[in-house]
Design a protein around this ligand. Structure first.
Ligand code: SF4
Ligand code: SF4
Length: 389
C-alpha cells in the first residue's frame, strides 16, 4: 500500500462518528447497517487494514468480504472526526482492494463482475454494438459535432429502469431543441465502479477507450445519465488524456428549465428526493434536481431526515450494484431508505441515478410498499407533468 495511506492508518482512534450522518439521525454507513460489526464501519476497517499491513493478520475470506463491503458512499468522509484522515478514508479502502486484487484475493461475485466487464466492455455481457439500443426508436442522431455527447453508461444502456431514465431525458432534450448526439454502439463502461472495486488496470483501459472515441469524434461537452460516469469523467479521465466539460443530466434539465426551453407542468402529488452519493457527497451537486422539482406545479419536495450531505446511500456504489456483496434483508440500506421515504408521506421517490433507481425500486417491492410509494426518475417526473408519461 502507498506510504501516503500507510501513514494515516494509525491516526483513526475508533471514535465511531464515521458511521453516523452529521445530524446523527441514524446509522449511515450501509456496510455497518447491514452487519452491525465495527469491522464493517470505516474505523474498524482502518484498524483491520493496519493489522494486515503490519503483518499481524493474514487475509481470510471474511477479511476480503469486509474490505469489499464498502459501497464508497462517502458518508465517513463527510463525518469523520479527524481532519488529517477524513478525505483519504475511501482512498485507503480502494487502495487496500487494489492490493487484494493484485494478490488474487477476490470474492467470487467480484471476480465474476470483473470477468464480465473484461470480456464484453460492460457488466451485462452484452455485445458492444448493443450499447445504443436503448435509443433505437427515438430518432437521435449519431454524435457528429453536436454541442453535447449524451453518454448513457452501462446501467442506463441495459437495465430497464435505467433505460427508461435515458429515454425520458433524451426525449426532453429533443423537445427543448438541445444539440446532442449519442455514440450508437461505441460506448464502453465508464470504469468508475471497477476503479472503486480495486480493478484499476481495467478501469484505466476502458476509460482510455472512451477517451480515444470522444477525442476522435471531437467531443467537447458530455452529458451523463449516471452520476458514477459524471464523477469518473471529471475526476479520473483528465489524467488519462480526457479533458471534457462534463454535466449530469439533472444539471442540463435545470438549465433548460431556467432558460424556459422546458416548462414543467402540474404533478399533483408530493415527492421526496434521494441524493445519489456520486452526485451529492462526491461532487457537491445538491440543487439541480431540487430546482427542477421546485418548478413542478402543485408539488412540494418533502425532505427525508437524511438528505443532501447526510443522505443514506442506496447501497449500489463501490461495485455492490453488480456484486451484491451486501446480500439481502431488512437492514439493507436501500430498504431503510424506502422506509425513510415512506415516513415523509410522499407518494413518489424521485431519483437521478440509474443504480439508485434499480436498488430503491427493488426495495419498495421488498418492503411491500408498491401501493404507497413509486420510484421515478427526475426526467420521467418532468415528462409526466407535461402529460407525456
Ligand atoms: S470517525 Fe474517523 S477517527 Fe473516528 S473511527 Fe471513524 S475513521 Fe476513525
Ligand atoms: S464509504 Fe460509506 S460504506 Fe464505506 S465505510 Fe464509509 S460510510 Fe461505510
Amino acid at each position: 500500500m502507498d506510504s501516503e495511506y500507510r501513514d494515516i492508518l494509525h491516526r483513526c482512534f475508533r471514535c465511531g462518528w464515521c458511521k453516523l450522518p452529521t445530524n446523527y439521525a441514524d446509522f449511515n454507513c450501509p456496510a455497518y447497517l447491514k452487519h452491525r460489526f465495527e469491522s464493517f464501519a470505516s474505523g474498524g476497517r482502518m484498524w483491520l487494514i493496519r493489522a494486515w499491513t503490519e503483518g499481524e493478520i493474514t487475509p481470510s475470506e471474511r477479511f476480503n468480504q469486509i474490505l469489499f463491503s464498502c459501497v464508497t458512499c462517502g458518508n465517513c468522509v463527510e463525518a469523520c472526526a479527524m481532519d488529517k484522515i477524513r478525505d483519504k478514508l475511501v482512498d485507503v479502502f480502494v487502495a487496500a482492494r487494489r492490493d487484494l486484487v493484485e494478490e488474487g484475493r477476490i470474492p467470487p461475485g467480484v471476480r465474476d463482475y470483473f470477468k464480465a466487464v473484461s470480456v464484453s466492455g460492460n457488466p451485462y455481457k452484452r455485445p458492444a454494438e448493443e450499447t445504443g439500443l436503448w435509443a433505437a426508436d427515438l430518432d437521435i442522431e449519431e454524435y457528429n459535432g453536436h454541442e453535447y455527447l449524451l453518454y448513457a453508461g452501462s446501467v442506463a444502456s441495459f437495465d430497464d429502469p435505467g433505460m427508461r431514465m435515458a429515454r425520458s431525458a433524451a426525449k426532453l432534450f429533443k423537445q427543448a431543441g438541445l444539440s446532442f448526439g449519442t455514440l450508437k454502439g461505441e460506448e464502453v463502461d465508464d470504469g468508475n465502479d471497477l476503479r472503486a472495486s480495486g480493478e484499476q488496470a481495467l478501469a484505466d483501459f476502458l476509460a482510455s477507450r472512451n477517451i480515444e472515441t470522444f477525442n476522435r469524434k471531437g467531443v467537447g461537452k458530455i452529458i451523463t445519465i449516471s452520476p458514477h460516469s459524471f464523477h469518473t469523467m471529471r475526476k479520473d479521465y483528465p489524467a488519462l488524456g480526457g479533458t471534457f466539460e462534463v454535466y449530469h443530466y439533472s444539471q442540463v434539465l435545470a438549465l433548460l428549465v431556467m432558460q424556459g426551453a422546458l416548462v414543467p407542468g402540474g404533478f399533483g402529488a408530493e415527492v421526496t428526493y434521494h441524493d445519489p452519493c456520486y452526485l451529492g457527497r462526491w461532487n457537491k451537486e445538491y440543487f439541480s434536481s431540487r430546482r427542477v422539482l421546485g418548478e413542478l406545479k402543485g408539488t412540494s419536495v418533502r425532505e427525508m431526515d437524511r438528505s443532501m450531505q447526510n443522505a443514506l446511500c442506496c447501497g449500489g456504489g463501490g461495485g455492490n450494484f453488480f456484486t451484491d456483496i451486501l446480500g439481502t434483508g431488512r437492514d439493507l440500506s436501500s430498504r431503510a431508505r424506502v422506509r425513510e421515504a415512506l415516513d415523509t408521506g410522499a407518494g413518489t421517490l424521485v431519483v437521478s441515478c440509474p443504480q439508485c433507481y434499480r436498488m430503491l425500486d427493488d426495495a419498495v417491492k421488498a418492503e411491500g410498499a408498491q401501493d404507497r410509494l413509486r420510484v421515478r426518475d427526475l426526467a420521467e417526473v418532468v415528462s409526466a407533468s407535461a402529460g407525456d408519461a
